[in-house]
Write a protein that binds this ligand. Sequence first.
Ligand code: F6P
Length: 344
Amino acid sequence: MKKVGILTGGGDCPGLNAVIRAVVRLAAQKDVEVIGFQNGWKGIIDGDIVKLDLFSVSGILPKGGTILGTSRTNPYKNPGDVQKLIATYKKLGLDALIAIGGEDTLGVANKLHNDKLGINVVGCPKTIDNDLSGTDFTFGFDTAVNIATEAIDRLHTTAESHNRIMVVEVMGRHAGWIAVYSGIASGADVILIPEVPIDLNEVCDIVKKRHARGKGFSIIVVAEGAEFKAGQVVTKEQILDSFGHVRLGGIGEILAAELEKRTGYESRVTVLGHIQRGGTPSAFDRVIATRFGVKAMELVLDKKFGRMACLNGTEVNDVPLQVAVGSLKTVDMKLYDIAKLFFV
Ligand code: F6P
């Protein structure tokens, strides 16, 4: 192993720089050169590179975002892009490629591996949504949960002062992990997730019961991908990214309006949006991101391609990329049952 490429794809996430730093630092000790690709798969298609050394990764551990930039470019979308990607890989004389991403970015990595195109790829599990299979946690999730929890704590005091229903919309496209963790942590009165269709009557009943026993306010946490019973995903715009995902956001607004109409209580909505993805990673995320980066580099050195670093309990291991992207890791219903005990 002499030369390794690295890229960050999909939505940015706290901890990406910690992974890059870990890879570069370990590589330097093994005399391996690291080439960074700018803006995800787009960078390797376009040959947009930056050399990474100890100097370039100095001081980036606590920085949010990614020093490499990111994009939602899917090389399998446009004919010819995969060939361009292979050409860059060969021209640079790379021995391996480390892809840091979620289901889409690692889906591409897995396809490149399965298509046997001569690209030696390993993966690192990133996403605030925590919905990748094969790993107990992805990095970025803990930070997002902490940000959402603090925001909900703050909304609690204003909800209480004004006797309002506060609807808080958090991220979570297909899985409600952020909603469930931040909702439990902040004592939300109802938590609504994509895995369970929203029953408006049930939500109204809970709110009314609270009022009847003298609680003049309620906190409702809703994941952006949650849907009403027998309804469609609520979206503001029907813009699709190159992986075919609609841009979400809007369920909170509709929910707050419906609750106000049906209960008569004043309702407000706060959409946390990208605030959950920005800024410095939590200590937990810095540690697992660093451990994932070390593992990814070890997989490269051991020539264990087509695999992803993962966390099982407290141990960092590796799983086939196929396992990671084969199915979505949705919310553990035993955990959701615990959350529901507090919907009173
Ligand atoms: O996948 C992570 C995520 O933050 C989702 O929760 C959210 O739906 C999506 O990315 C938002 O993507 P973008 O930043 O492209 O709007």
